[in-house]
Design a protein around this ligand. Structure first.
Ligand code: APR
Length: 184
């Protein structure tokens, strides 16, 4: 089995273009869409995603739920709800880590092998990038260390600042070259 660092990739790009088993949406508790990556996923995936979300009765912060990806190149969308950053003293770090863990647990439950994450909570929800990246990579790397069924996790960052923050965090786990190649 590949080491943890070899199963983590960090790339700059658009999450909605990822041809993986599941992309993870940075949603809100209603699961009825929004701006940012949530808006991009619903726009790209079409009405089928919203119709599926409507049956889920929302999602608590730190939890994750799965739907079809509609017209998107991925097979599924795993919707998770990150914490709104206040000051880091209101449980935000643990809630953010739980978003990544729960999303990976849902992927494992559905037999999925490749998953792509955005920088959850690091946009509208105001999580500082350096901290948000470290929590994300640590949570994913720790999970991969005990769960071999996930073959590849990609962090897909929309801008160069986020990319650099995640590249540095992933480097501490020996993550491989950031070649951005198709994960299939
Ligand atoms: N691909 C990859 N990353 C993206 C994309 C995209 N197409 N669009 C935006 N991002 C990045 C943002 O630049 C940011 O780094 O995703 C990260 C998360 O930002 P948001 O989408 O604002 O998500 P979040 O901070 O978790 O806030 C969630 O925003 O859109 C609403 O409905 C959503 O209320 C919820 C809140």
């Amino acid at each position: 089995m590949k080491g943890v660092g070899e199963r983590i990739e960090v790339v700059q790009g658009d999450l909605t273009h990822e041809a993986v088993d599941a992309i993870v949406n940075a949603a809100n508790r209603s699961l009825l869409g929004g701006g940012g990556v949530d808006g991009a996923i619903h726009r790209g995936g079409g009405r089928a995603i919203l119709d599926a979300c409507r049956k889920l009765n929302g999602c608590e912060t730190g939890d994750a739920k799965i739907t079809t990806a509609g017209a998107l190149p991925s097979r599924y969308v795993i919707h998770t709800v990150g914490p709104v950053y206040q000051d880091g003293q209101h449980g935000e770090p643990e809630l953010l880590a739980r978003c990544y863990r729960r999303s990976l647990e849902v992927a494992v439950t559905h037999g999925l092998k490749t998953i792509a994450f955005p920088a959850i909570s690091c946009g509208v929800y105001g999580y500082p990038l350096t901290e948000g990246a470290r929590i994300a990579v640590d949570a994913v790397a720790t999970f991969l260390g005990r769960e071999e069924s996930i073959h590849r996790v990609r962090f897909v960052l929309f801008d160069s600042v986020a990319f650099e923050a995640f590249r540095q965090a992933a480097g501490e786990w020996g993550a491989g070259p950031q070649d951005g190649s198709d994960p299939r």
